[in-house]
Ligand binder design. Sequence first.
Ligand SMILES: Nc1ncnc2c1ncn2[C@@H]1O[C@H](COP(=O)(O)OP(=O)(O)O)[C@@H](O)[C@H]1O
Ligand SMILES: N[C@@H](CCOP(=O)(O)O)C(=O)O
Length: 318
Amino acid sequence: MAVFTPVTLDDLIQWIPPFSLGKALAIRGISSGIENSNFFIDTERGEYVLTVFENLSFEQLPFYLELMRHLAQRGVLVPAPIANQQDQIINPLHGKPAAIVTKLEGDCQMAPAPVHCAAVGAMLAKMHLAAQDFSIRQPNLRGLPWWRETAPVVRPYLPADGQQLLRDEMAFQEAFAASDTYRQLPNGPVHADLFRNNVMFNGNQLSGFFDFYFAGCDTWLFDLAVTVNDWCIDLATGKLDIARVRAMLDAYHAVRPFSVAEQAAWQPMLRAGALRFWLSRLYDFYLPRAAEMLTPHDPGHFERILRQRVAHPAPNLY
Ligand SMILES: Nc1ncnc2c1ncn2[C@@H]1O[C@H](COP(=O)(O)OP(=O)(O)O)[C@@H](O)[C@H]1O
Ligand SMILES: N[C@@H](CCOP(=O)(O)O)C(=O)O
């Protein structure tokens, strides 16, 4: 997997002049993408990433790409979209929207240590603060309204104990979302999918967050819960690794101190973060999109995480 829309060097040479990147010298498809067609491109001004968007439209893309531009301009480490001479960052290529962004150096860190979790926590806090004055608003499209729609669709596929867990957790999250504590939580644009495979490291040095295509406005704590639930766990059991949790939370808190309401909301929010990905994985597993060619992610992983978070308290935020 997967280049869905082929782009040749000749295509690129024709297309790239308005970007002031000099001549296009080479193009290589990136095999690991699952949503879009991604390419590394060499130009006279250096190496960049070209993405041809397969599912998102010209109308939907500005939220994501303008958010990345906004963050990059404020020193948050994310791919910076390259504008053409008309200051446009989304341009048609083979009839689909396409964008060029800066290339992040390094690789994903799939076996993170506390040092990596601390770097992610600090950059996440910096990102939340920097996104506060971003002017485009879009809700998290995988938030509570989507859980409400999706839970009854996937529930019939589950065994009795899974159905019970899903029913109980939806009721718990509805009550949490209606609480005064929830209303006091700071919110704004969040990444909402900051898993290990969406962060690049150059050695132990974080080089950037990428894949912003689940971003939306939600509570900052939800973003942190999603991130902790992936970076700070034993993958086999879903149990939290206290040293990695502490490193991430302390580094986040040092940049953007947590509020009292956030402390009260932390345990329910870790459960919310697990429920969100349990639901999306159940949906992709039992109701795959037409022409889906991928092996779906295991929903059982997030069921285990959810059961863990229900049964065992996590370390306090501060
Ligand atoms: N800005 C970037 N800098 C460096 N590598 C990138 C960048 N964007 C994407 N990649 C590489 O391309 C791969 C696929 O990107 P991703 O955004 O996950 O694609 P998709 O949305 O199609 O799943 C990533 O795993 C990473 O190796
Ligand atoms: N992180 C999600 C899947 C989203 O896909 P991504 O590869 O684009 O991050 C999950 O693990 O369920």
